[in-house]
Design a binder for this molecule. Structure first.
Ligand SMILES: [Zn+2]
Length: 278
């Protein structure tokens, strides 16, 4: 069954940035922060340089992206986050300090997300409408919290390849194959070097071509500390320029796509009970 994409397109490509910076590292090492500065600085490349490289590339293409931003990052790097919103991109929730929801009691989850929503709204002028769970780690507890916060969509699950509905929340599905982390994330001692930018570009071009054939959504997820490096930004621009020029592909920001799905979408509706049932 074909999905009724905006503008009569055959498929959709959604470009999302997970602007994590050093927050996942700080969360993971919070009990015993290491003396080593290597990974901290590797990750700080994102807020210091990578985000600006990606924003310039998106400006060149005239493409609007969704930037999932932990509240801590917005607090620590307000200029960069204000600039993201100032250039017309969507800001959306991604925890406070990249805490996976399975690590938090429900009240803490609600409190941290409310604080992050307020921080993003202060900088971006708008309350975030969407959520992506840190590390795509989801629990059933997250859905009622998102409802309480007035969030309309989530983008963390992989149960479809086009928008669907989980517990009355629009789900914009993700895919590890079009996340940059498995290809580019590298720390000293890993057995394999990071993938090269041309290899990732070719693989993702195949993903987009297949989405166009099947009428599905290609959800691209990039991290400024990884994909913000020059050769990788260049490869991404080369990948996305023909997408933007292709009238058979639409490139909505996540909130636009979620609103579209509420109005026009078709597809599965999953309840929380069904989600957790073996
Ligand atoms: Zn993240």
């Amino acid at each position: 069954m074909s999905y009724p994409w905006p503008g009569g397109a055959r498929a959709a490509v959604c470009v999302t940035l997970d602007f994590d910076g050093e927050s996942p590292h700080l969360w993971r090492t919070r009990a015993d922060p290491p003396d080593s500065l290597g990974e901290l600085e590797q990750r700080r490349y994102g807020p210091r340089r990578g985000i600006r490289n990606l924003l310039s590339m998106l400006d060149n293409l005239g493409l609007r992206a969704t930037v999932f931003t932990p509240g801590w990052i917005a607090d620590r790097y307000p200029e960069q986050v204000a600039e993201i919103a100032g250039r017309g991109h969507e800001l959306a929730l991604h925890g406070w300090c990249h805490e996976p929801p399975s690590a938090l009691p429900r009240d803490d989850l609600r409190r941290t997300l409310e604080r992050a929503a307020t921080t993003l709204a202060d900088l971006g002028g708008q309350r975030p409408q969407g959520y992506r769970s840190p590390s795509w780690d989801m629990t059933a507890e997250v859905f009622p919290v998102l409802h309480e916060l007035g969030v309309g969509y989530d983008s963390s699950l992989m149960g479809e390849d086009r928008p669907y509905v989980v517990d009355d929340l629009v789900e914009l599905p993700v895919d590890w194959a079009t996340d940059d982390a498995p290809y580019y994330r590298y720390t000293s001692g890993d057995p394999r070097p990071p993938a090269t930018a041309p290899v990732v570009r070719a693989g993702w071009a195949a993903e987009i071509a297949a989405a166009k054939r099947c009428g599905s959504l290609c959800m691209i997820t990039v991290h400024p500390w990884l994909s913000g490096r020059p050769a990788r930004v260049t490869a991404l621009e080369e990948l996305l320029a023909p997408v933007v020029a292709d009238a058979q592909l639409c490139t909505p920001a996540a909130a636009e796509l979620a609103a579209w799905h509420r109005e026009h979408g078709e597809g599965p509706r999953v309840t929380l009970d069904e989600l957790g049932r073996p």
